[in-house]
Design a protein around this ligand. Structure first.
Ligand SMILES: [Zn+2]
Ligand SMILES: [Zn+2]
Length: 342
């Protein structure tokens, strides 16, 4: 099959022929219709890398079953449309049975650690985590389920609840947008999004933001002007060193910080600064199967208008350059690989 393969930092993904995957116990192989690029794909292929040479990345995919493992769960057939959290898990432990595949002790993550991902024509999925995509959900929407589920999981992770709350979202990348969208749906009073890039601020207004802030300006002051009160809950959705300290810095006393931005570099903040304000801090990651299912249900019901989040769709030929371009600040939001364009 054709795939986009990572070899080493500084060298764009190579479009190569890779071995066709075969389904193992409880698994299926799907033909990938779309696979989105995530911030973590960019992070993990930078300077210090945790991606291994020869890795096919990509964990935001949707596709149809072309092969089933011998004892795949009954109910799945060739041709079925699905998306799945990028988890090859055991499917039998308590965490898996509760739909919290991310906590499976035998967890392998599709698209990292040597497990081939979705920047390819075909990818393996473990069916215990997979979620069926009904016909009302387009293939492109199917590839947005994962990032939307990350946002939903983060918003559900707030211990304050969002109803009637004033919320600050730091960063308007795909995850920041997904968080804003769910905050609005969960009844937040104000959802103010702070972002450097003007194009992304505009995008935020389509996805739940009630107002946006230029991240270069005095954030607490602007927030107060816009919302009439300081934020109750702050979501950090950037995930680079210094952002937790920034969130602590701009938080009012008593606020809750939810750390969503996935940062793989060491970071520091001053505990005393957080203590002086008696902040609550919560770290969240990934999603449960129930998050995936709710996103799919809401897409199927026409209750999430998210298609414009996709700013570019690339064939294999265009993909490496498109992937590299995302490393610089950009107005682009979600870019997808369409591996069916050969
Ligand atoms: Zn992702
Ligand atoms: Zn398990």
């Amino acid at each position: 099959m054709k795939a986009a393969v990572f070899h080493e930092p500084g060298i764009p993904l190579a479009i190569e022929t890779a071995a066709d995957p075969a389904p193992e116990t409880g698994e299926a192989v799907i033909r990938v219709h779309y696979c989105g690029v995530c911030g973590t794909d960019l992070h993990s292929t930078q300077h210090h890398t945790d991606a291994v040479g020869g890795q096919i990345m990509g964990h935001e995919f949707a596709g149809e079953i072309v092969a089933l493992g011998s004892d795949a769960e009954s109910g799945w057939r060739e041709g079925d449309r699905l998306t799945s959290p990028p988890f090859i898990s055991c499917g039998r432990c308590l965490a898996c049975l509760q739909g919290k595949h991310f906590r499976c002790t035998g967890l392998k993550i599709t698209g990292s650690g040597g497990v081939p991902g979705g920047f390819a024509q075909y990818v393996r999925v473990h069916l215990s985590a997979a979620v069926r995509i009904p016909d009302e959900v387009s293939w492109r929407q199917g590839a947005l389920v994962e990032p939307l589920a990350v946002g939903l999981h983060a918003v559900r992770g707030s211990q304050r609840g969002l109803s009637g709350k004033n919320v600050l979202v730091i960063g308007a990348g795909p995850i920041g947008l997904a968080v804003s969208l769910w905050c609005r749906l969960f009844g937040a009073r104000q959802v103010v999004v702070s972002e450097l890039e003007p194009g992304r601020r505009e995008m935020a207004m389509k996805y739940g933001a009630t107002a946006t802030i230029d991240a270069r300006l005095n954030l607490p002051e602007q927030f107060l002007d816009l919302a009439g009160a300081p934020p109750d809950v702050i979501f950090e959705c950037v995930g680079v060193p210094g952002m937790i300290a920034h969130a602590v810095d701009v938080a009012p006393p008593g606020a809750e910080l939810v750390i969503v931005g996935f940062c793989m570099d060491p970071d520091t903040f001053m505990p005393a600064a957080a203590m002086a304000k008696e902040l609550s801090m919560r770290f969240v990651v990934g999603h449960d199967k129930s998050d995936f299912q709710l996103v799919v249900d809401m897409l199927a019901g026409g209750r999430l208008d998210v298609d414009d989040m996709i700013t570019d769709v690339y064939s294999f030929d265009q993909f490496s350059a498109g992937f590299e371009a995302l490393r610089k600040p950009t107005h682009q939001c979600k870019i997808l690989l369409d591996p069916t364009l050969i």
